[in-house]
Write a protein that binds this ligand. Structure first.
Ligand code: PLP
Length: 486
């Protein structure tokens, strides 16, 4: 009986053996993977930024049905995935908010997966947790937050904003019966994930107050104050101000210092969404008036919470955002849980655990992808790349204006908007056709937005692979098109 059981166990062990390849097999797999990855990277300059596609219907289905060898799998990936739609690794990606995907960061991801360290709880993975906490502390120092502040490394800016919001709700000890009285102050340019966060954390009944903006899409502190006074007079409860350090549409930075003053005066929580723009605080450039560009970020250090995306401004692969929060106690109270099966883990509180500060328990050891590039390169190359992006955007702004395009306000950071107004015909349709032409061509990718009911084309420069060559190519594509159409 016992022997039979053992026999059965051994049979199953053999059947599961492919899951544990030996070194020779692993090295052979590595070679195939490496060849593929290196060919992909070498081919990037000639690879499109956008591939038109019809439909993914019938593709990549039933992953379990028939097995393929690794080269076969990579061929399928190449044909059915990498040649479809946007290629975010391309320096030609100028749409939405690009990032790129640093190779050294990818190695961090690979090692995180191979070693599979547990980054959720200090007791289980003290090294992983300490490493991620040190990265959070570094981000806090960068943003001028005090040493007592903490936060969390998230999968991206959306979850970072959600954690900040949930913490603000906790800090106020708000009850559901009070939600409808709470007032949230933001502009119409705030990222849509903020609205999602409000809804997900249960506060859809709260009053969202859209504060007026100046002609550069920055929140008007005078109107903010006015709206708060109005709400107080009506018996509502001003709750939170959400500023942006770089909006997605136009890259505008709200007057953070003035917003912080209003927040302090009226005892509101002040949150800054710096998902796109936060790392530009590193840039040592001047703005168009000759003031240090850094001044735009003054007051960011006065925020109660802040969202920032290393998978944008530090060019890492998708999957790394961060939230920084000063009121660690409220963050903890909103997110911790003690389960019986985790009773061993409660002891060591020398370091805070991510599982007590976010919705996640088991989590990806996502900090390694940031730690490795920082250890390898230091901060200087990042700073240089960020400054390069700003100057490229200014260069583009001047060049496109020379071509007769209408432009939005001078770019605060590395996003700007522009449109061509033809003498005859519908301007919106003309610009939409231009974007369609660029996207169909595929060498570059741009996206558009609607501002004041008008169609505007955006350029967002943030990939570490976008250089003068790419911007000149984009200008050339537009020039050729205009020659034909005008
Ligand atoms: C990208 C972005 C977000 C959302 O971040 P994800 O990482 O995409 O979840 C939020 N706010 C701003 C300003 C952004 O640019």
């Amino acid at each position: 009986m016992e022997n039979q059981l053992k026999l059965h166990i051994k049979e199953l062990e053999s059947a599961a053996a492919p899951l544990s390849p030996d070194r020779n097999v692993r090295e052979a797999m590595d070679h195939v993977m490496q060849d593929f990855a290196q060919d992909f990277l070498d081919g990037l300059t000639n690879r499109k930024a956008y591939f038109s596609f019809d439909s993914m219907h019938g593709k990549l289905e039933h992953p379990e049905k028939e097995t393929l060898d690794l080269p076969g799998i990579l061929r399928q990936l190449d044909q059915e995935m990498l040649n479809q739609g946007l290629n975010p690794a391309s320096g030609g990606h100028l749409g939405y908010i690009p990032g790129g995907g640093l190779y050294a960061g990818a190695l961090g991801d690979y090692l995180a997966a191979v070693c599979n360290q547990y980054a959720g709880i200090y007791y289980s993975g003290p090294g992983a947790v300490k490493l991620e906490n040190e990265l959070i502390r570094w981000l806090c120092r960068l943003m001028g937050f005090p040493a007592t502040a903490h936060g969390n490394l998230t999968s991206g800016g959306s979850i970072a904003n959600l954690i900040a919001f949930t913490t603000a709700r906790e800090a106020r000890e708000l009850k559901a019966s009070e939600f409808h009285k709470q007032c949230i102050y933001l502009t119409s340019q705030v990222h849509h994930c903020v609205h999602k966060a409000i809804r997900i954390c249960g506060m859809r009944e709260a009053r969202t107050r859209f504060v007026a903006m100046d002609d550069r899409f920055r929140m008007d502190p005078v109107d903010l104050r006015k709206k708060i006074e109005e709400d107080l007079a009506l018996g509502f409860e001003p709750f939170i101000i959400i500023g942006s350090a770089g909006t997605t549409d136009t890259g505008a930075v709200d007057p953070l210092n003035e917003l912080a003053t209003v927040a302090e005066e009226y005892h509101l929580w002040f949150h800054v969404d710096a998902a796109y723009g936060g790392f530009f605080i590193l840039a040592e450039l001047e703005d168009e008036l000759g003031h240090p560009l850094k001044n735009k970020f003054l007051g960011i250090e006065r925020a109660d919470s802040l969202a920032i995306d290393p998978h944008k401004g530090l060019f890492l692969s998708y999957g790394l955002g961060a939230v920084l929060i000063k009121d660690t106690t409220s963050q903890y109270k909103a997110h911790y849980y003690r389960a019986a099966y985790m009773q061993d883990t409660v002891q060591a509180m020398e370091e805070l655990s991510a599982s007590d500060l976010s919705p996640e328990l088991t989590k990806h050891f996502r900090g390694l992808r940031l730690w490795i590039p920082l250890r390898l390169y230091g901060i200087e190359p990042f700073k240089a790349a960020l400054e390069e992006k700003i100057l490229l955007c200014r260069y583009f702004y001047e060049e496109i204006r020379k071509m007769g395009f209408e432009v939005g306000s001078y770019p605060d950071l590395s996003v700007c908007i522009y449109r061509y107004v033809p003498l005859q015909g519908d301007a919106d349709a003309f610009n939409a056709a231009l974007v369609e032409h660029v996207v169909q061509d595929g060498r570059m990718f741009v996206s558009s937005t609607t501002i004041h009911q008008q169609y505007w084309i955006r350029i967002a420069i943030l990939s570490f692979r976008t250089h003068l060559r790419e911007i000149d190519l984009y200008l050339e594509i537009i020039r050729e098109y205009m020659k034909e159409k005008i």
